[in-house]
Design a protein around this ligand. Sequence first.
Ligand SMILES: Cc1cc2nc3c(=O)[nH]c(=O)nc-3n(C[C@H](O)[C@H](O)[C@H](O)COP(=O)(O)OP(=O)(O)OC[C@H]3O[C@@H](n4cnc5c(N)ncnc54)[C@H](O)[C@@H]3O)c2cc1C
Length: 375
Amino acid sequence: MKINIIGGGPAGLYFAILMKKANQANDITVYERNGPDDTFGWGVVFSGKTLRNLREADAESHSEITREFEAWDNVDVVRRDEKISVHGNSFSGVSRLQLLKILQRRAEELGVAIRFRSEINDIESLRSDCHLLVGADGINSTVRQSFAERFGPDLSVRSNRYIWYGTNQLFHGLTLTFRENEAGVFSAHSYKFNQTTSTFIVECDPQTWERTELATMNEDDTRAYVEQVFAADLQGRPLLSNKSKWINFILVKNARWAFANVVLMGDALHTAHFSIGSGTKLAMEDAIALANSFQRHNDVSGALLEFESTRKPYIEEYQAAALESMLWFENVRQYLHLSPMELAYSLMMRSGRVDHEELKKRDAAFVAAYEKATS
Ligand SMILES: Cc1cc2nc3c(=O)[nH]c(=O)nc-3n(C[C@H](O)[C@H](O)[C@H](O)COP(=O)(O)OP(=O)(O)OC[C@H]3O[C@@H](n4cnc5c(N)ncnc54)[C@H](O)[C@@H]3O)c2cc1C
C-alpha cells in the first residue's frame, strides 16, 4: 500500500513506524515542513498506562523513549507560599525534541522516507498519488481546511491566554502554582522533563490579560514580566524562550474523521487542554488505533470506518474530561479563597476522572489530612 503522511509530529511518525513494521512492503512517505532539529515547546508528559500501550505497539522505540524519561508520582500545588503534594499519580516527562528524534530514527531505520523541509499546500495531488493520505499536520491542519466540507470541523477559541516556556529551575513532579499581582491571577503548569530543564506553561484569564501591557510587550519584556510574577518559584533562574508567544487554546473537534482515502489524526483531528497533558499521548494512541484497524481490514474504507467508530467514543470521553479541567483553570478565581489543602483537593477532582475513593487509593495520607482539615 502506498501511504502519504502530511506532518512529521508524534502522530505522523508513529503511524509510519507501525505501518512499516506491520508490512515492509508498505511504501510510506512523511512530508514535514520543518527540519529534523526544529521544534516548538519543551517537554511532554505520558502516564504509566500510555507507556504500556507504547511498549505493546513498538518495544524498540518504547525502550529508547523510557531511557530518556524523568518519572514522578506527585502533583504539587503551590498557593500562598505553601506547597501541598499529592502522590500516586504516575507520570513521566520527555523532551519533545528527543521524542521526535527517536521516532525519526526508528522510522528511517524501518525504511520510511521522511521528506524534511517539505511544506505541502497541494493536498489533492498527494492524495491522488496514494492509497491512503493521512493528515497528521497539527492544530492548524491544511488537510482539514482543504476538505472542511467533508470533515465538518468545529474550532472553539478559548478565552484564556497561555505561553509555553522552559526553565533550568527543576520542578520535581507536576507543579501547579498560583500567583496574584495587581493585574490578576496567573497559573503555572511546570514539570522537569530531563536532568536540567523543566517545562513552564503560564496562563491567565482575559480580565488579567487586559490589565497588563503584555499585548504590546516584546519577547524579552514579556519574559521579564512573567519571571517577576513567579520570582519566588523560579528562585532567580530565568525563563527560556523558544519564540514563545501568548496564544489562545483552540479546542478542535471534527464531525467526520475520514472520507474516501483521507483520514485525520492527532491535533488535526482533536485537541485536549494541556492541563491534562495528553495531546501527545492521544496523537500516538490514534496512530496505534489506526494501524490496528489496518491489521483487521485489507481495504482502506473498512479500516477508516473502524478507526472512527471505535476511537471516536474514547476521544469524546477524553475531551469531556479535558473540558472540565480547562474550565477549572478558566474559572480559577472562584477557587482562590480556598485553603491550599482545599485547592489541591479541588484540582485533583477537576476533570471528573478521579473521585474521593480513587484519590484515597492514590494518596491515603493526603486524603486523611484533607478530611481532618475540613471536618
Ligand atoms: C502549551 C502546550 C503544552 C502542551 N503540553 C503537552 C503535554 O504536556 N503532554 C502532551 O502529551 N502534549 C502536550 N501538548 C500537546 C502536544 O504538543 C500536541 O498535542 C502533539 O504534539 C500533537 O501531535 P501531532 O503529531 O498531532 O501534531 P504536531 O506535533 O503539531 O505535528 C504536526 C506536524 O505537521 C507539520 N506540518 C503542519 N502543516 C504542514 C504542511 N502543510 N506540510 C508539511 N508539514 C506540516 C508541523 O511542522 C508539525 O511538525 C501541549 C501543547 C501545548 C500548546
